[in-house]
Design a protein around this ligand. Structure first.
Ligand code: BGC
Length: 446
């Protein structure tokens, strides 16, 4: 049998990522609770009320995380819990997050806290959401309160998670709340979110003027390639989609430079074009899952490629490609703020983890500073419109009993953290026998 080389990840911090709505459970007056209550929105008709019950099981989860040797943990706070009514703060909810953050600190796990991960209070949504004239002011009040109250325990922040996935879901394809379908509106929300990030960036630095303060966005990036490179329509649509989905919003949020079709909102100064480094970000947060093959205005997957349970192409080289692009374009250290796959049987997740981390080791060897990696996700969790079905966890969840069971891929990840890389022995134990399913029909997501 051919021997496999290992790889080193020296100096890179490894951990896991979650989002409040997907794990906490409970009766929370958020846009997603409201959305999930409407018939036909969630594939299995589940709601975020159950999830992983992390709001109550946070101690157990934190202990388990620490037992895997996790060094860094990306989590989010649920705005609807902290500010149940406009301008009214829930001290008990803040207290509960403080307890969790204190335990993380005691266990030596460094938190990275996301302020907006697809969810916000229902009252914010009903006021017009991000399109309300008061949206940015309301958002800044929330950001200020969180940073003031939790800032002694948190110095690393993600302002907004995946503005492109949020905007296309909520305003263009209509499969996220509020379920609107207008590109024009989506473009407006893009600009508002860019302004929201920039204002939060400045506010957090004003409130935490320490050199340790790190603020960024978790951008969802994917390679786009034409379905048929000889088809002029595919060839023209590919860069247009790349720009609309990620090029323009990433530029606006990182540098304050708004390129068409985005419009600069009032009060946001631009960086001089072309200076090549971020001004409104201290790291480049990169969420990476898959690649898009362009034949029309959707997320396509061809026949004959490796795919996960949801039919998303598995393409590890794309993580190296997007990380390199982020570094070369913006000159910021890259933090992989999410990466993972949907695999209920844990039949190929270890291979996925191996190949994606190996790809990062490769670009790091060429000078791209990829300093962090947060695996998505820790325990199987509520997957938005897909409900409880999809399994992304390094740890399996039985929703009925809430029992958590570490998967083999979780054990591999823990070994990789301990060893600071992948070894041939790990490959032989966890990866060698694994293979991906192959797509047998053309996939069109959304
Ligand atoms: C989101 C997560 C989600 C994951 C898998 C990302 O788009 O940030 O919340 O669970 O992908 O779909």
């Amino acid at each position: 049998m051919a021997t496999v080389d290992g790889f080193r990840l020296d100096g890179m911090l490894l951990g896991v990522a979650t989002a409040a709505t997907q794990i906490e459970g409970g009766d929370v007056a958020s846009n997603w609770t409201d959305w999930a209550a409407r018939p036909g929105t969630i594939k299995d008709a589940s709601t975020p009320a159950r999830a992983t019950d992390h709001w109550r099981r946070w101690r157990e989860d934190t202990e388990l995380m620490a037992s895997l040797g996790v060094q860094v943990y990306r989590m989010s706070v649920e705005w609807a819990r902290l500010e149940p009514r406009p301008g009214q703060w829930d001290d008990a909810a803040f207290g509960r997050y403080r307890e969790e953050l204190e335990l993380l600190r005691d266990k030596g796990v460094r938190p990275l806290v996301t302020l907006h991960h697809f969810s916000h209070p229902l009252w914010f949504e009903r006021d017009g959401g991000w399109l309300a004239p008061s949206a940015l002011w309301t958002w800044e009040r929330f950001v200020g309160e969180v940073v003031t109250r939790l800032g002694d325990l948190v110095t690393e922040w993600v302002t907004v998670n995946e503005p492109n996935v949020y905007v296309t879901g909520a305003h263009v394809f209509g499969d996220f709340p509020p379920g609107h379908r207008t590109l024009r509106e989506g473009l407006r929300v893009y600009s508002v979110l860019a302004a929201a990030h920039i204002r939060a960036y400045r506010l957090i630095h004003a409130l935490q003027p320490s050199r340790d303060t790190m603020v960024g966005v978790a951008h969802h990036l994917r390679p786009f390639r034409p379905g048929n490179p000889r088809n002029p329509w595919h060839r023209a649509l590919t860069p247009a989609m790349r720009h609309l989905f990620q090029g323009a919003i990433v530029r606006a949020m990182t540098t304050g430079e708004f390129t068409r079709p985005l419009r600069r909102p009032d009060g946001i100064p631009a960086q001089s074009p072309g200076s090549g480094s971020g001004r409104y970000a201290d790291f480049f947060g990169l969420n990476y899952y898959s690649r898009t093959t362009v034949t029309r205005f959707d997320d396509g997957t061809p026949v004959g490629v490796p795919v996960n349970d949801l039919g998303w192409e598995v393409y590890a080289a794309g993580l190296a490609e997007t990380a390199r692009w982020a570094w070369e374009t913006y000159g910021l250290p890259v933090w992989v703020t999410e990466n993972g796959t949907c695999d209920a049987a844990d039949a190929f997740r270890s291979r996925y983890v191996w190949e994606h981390l190996e790809a990062l080791a490769g670009v790091r060897a060429h000078g791209v500073p990829v300093d962090r990696y947060y695996h998505w996700c820790f325990v199987d969790n509520w997957e938005w419109n897909e409900g409880e079905g999809p399994r992304f966890g390094l740890v399996a969840l039985d929703y009925e009993t809430q029992e958590r069971t570490v998967r083999d891929s979780g054990r591999l990840f823990a070994e990789m953290i301990r060893e600071g890389g992948g070894t041939p022995a790990m490959h032989a134990t966890y990866v060698a026998g694994q293979a991906y399913p192959v797509s047998d029909v053309e996939g069109h997501h959304r």
